[in-house]
Design a protein around this ligand. Sequence first.
Ligand SMILES: Cc1ncc(COP(=O)(O)O)c(C=O)c1O
Length: 380
Amino acid sequence: MARKSNQKPTDCIHAGKSRLPPSLGVNTPVVTSSAFDYRADHVRYPRYHNTLNHEVVAARVAALESGEAGLVTASGMGAISAVFLGLMKPGDHAILLDGIYGGTIDLVTGLLEPMGMRFSTWDGVPDSLPGLIGEKTRLVHVESPTNPLMDVVDLRAVARIAQAHELISVVDNTFATPLLQRPLEMGFDLVVHSGTKYLAGHSDLLCGAIVGSTKLIARLRPTVIRLGASLNGRELSLLERSIATLAVRVERQSANAGVLAKRLCEHGAVEAVYYPGLADHPNHDLAKAQMSDFGAMLSFRLSKAVDPDGFLDRLNLVRPAVSLGGVESTICQPSRTSHAKVEAATRNRLGIDDRLMRLSVGIEAVDDLWRDLDQALTPA
Ligand SMILES: Cc1ncc(COP(=O)(O)O)c(C=O)c1O
């Protein structure tokens, strides 16, 4: 049963937890075993995603996304590849939103297309989506907001069109988190996450998740098992602990990001700021309608006068680093990190160049963050 949105911070702490014997206290014990008596009930094995720690965390992520069931995977790409490989076969066709995470594009061009699956790129305009759908189209995959340009796609419209054409709709909800956006409530079939980012939240875990209906998750389970994209009990336990603070982290991070986005807009060394919370973002109203806050990711383009390497070198607090979503603020050039493997022509078309900076805003005091960015933008 879908729980009310305002219960999500409670779900971060309690959902999925089984009642334990009093002697074990309030925390889920870490089950380290990889060998279980197969005669007990069913065959338990960590790669089958059915140990205690997996079941607790999967149920928690499912509750947060308002889904019936979930699977926790060894990385975000483990989740995304399982979805494509589990739901498509050679000859099938899928539609991908333009301008999404580079690793997903690399999966498609490096593995799925050579296997005989076919893909079309969609520009994000709802009216142009039906024209891309053919007899062999099986699914549509989107991200919102996108990595790194923070485009926002109309999730309700995508879900409606997918339903009308009997396609499976998949959304990568990594940037928004289920605290700010719940695509399943808007009609999507599946949500995937790079749990490495906000769910884990401390830049010390690699993990992913898939959430959807019991039926779809059951369909994907054999693929996830075959791919071996599973986590052990210790990592799942760390993930459980991290999710407990997801709501407070995301609230603080989003508030900080809103302040920094506005200040960056007014800075002479910044040519453009990409953040859906800004009133002049092309999809600000849409973001307002489908998100409860605008998230903690923003991108900005340095003006031509600022040397990108010098800017990064001058930062003291904000750490240049790949990945995102941690409690500490980090910054990177997608051209050299998340989108390095994407063809140069595609990067140029999207505007992903060395002057584009993607900032993952942490929970530090916002004025400290601003002082650091400001001094790095305006060298003495
Ligand atoms: C939006 C998005 N989806 C998926 C991934 C892949 O996640 P992972 O690195 O955990 O495999 C990333 C990684 O940066 C991402 O930013």
